[in-house]
Design a protein around this ligand. Sequence first.
Ligand SMILES: C[S@@+](CC[C@H](N)C(=O)[O-])C[C@H]1O[C@@H](n2cnc3c(N)ncnc32)[C@H](O)[C@@H]1O
Length: 251
Amino acid sequence: MPRRRPDHDHQPPIAEGAIEREFGVPIPGKVVAKESWTQTALKKLPDCGPLNINSLFGRHAPLVVDIGCGNGRFSLGSAWTRRDHDHLAADILPVVIRYATRRGNQRGLTNLRFCVVDGERLVTELLPAGGVKELHCYHPQPNPRPGEGHGRLIQPFFMAEVIRVLEPGGLFIVQTDNASYWNQIKQLVERFLAFQTHTGRWPDAPRGRSRREIYALKKGLPIHRGTGSPLPGLSYPQALELAAELVRGAG
Ligand SMILES: C[S@@+](CC[C@H](N)C(=O)[O-])C[C@H]1O[C@@H](n2cnc3c(N)ncnc32)[C@H](O)[C@@H]1O
């Protein structure tokens, strides 16, 4: 007899004030009264051209982006604690975005939107130039499966787009528990960013910022973390040239 697929859209009702956990670690924030629930799903993306971030959030605030956000744990926590920042979190898999939006809605967050989109498209087409204060990428897939983009996300042209979208002094934050992907990431991002390895856990979330980080910590896997800002003087056209050179060199 065929097994029934889990029904991700019909979850049991959740009580106001409820604190949810995964791997025993609370998911940031609390469920608010139903009349304060919000709509954090961004369903309609522009066919071409960048998103109008100010009209999306109805204000102008520093923008935090989370690419490959999975169930959204990092962005939920950041949006819950930093109400003066807006957050856009994206994943290519609709099912994880459904979990993330449900939690965002139930927390009544107005400074958070989730969308289903390929991270490559997000940085190349949808994010405005110079409009991002922080671009986070937690545990990008080291071995993407069919339907998860064209190979590894963090590639030379992806980094050129990171240079385009970050505001002056903006930050790229990346981490992985895959040592060989980390070596590739580090070598690459150092060509575009003044990049530092972050030693130890994130002080704001010592039990893990994201679901995968919590899992990796529980399994005792080494986690590699780093942050960086665009190299001073590196323009977007120069970053594109550098990306083309790196791709030619690799070919
Ligand atoms: C290992 S999970 C990490 C999820 C989350 N960031 C965390 O740390 O728990 C990798 C995530 O990246 C997503 N992903 C893979 N390729 C992607 C792409 N090209 N664009 C956007 N998301 C992608 C997957 O669907 C998955 O949710």
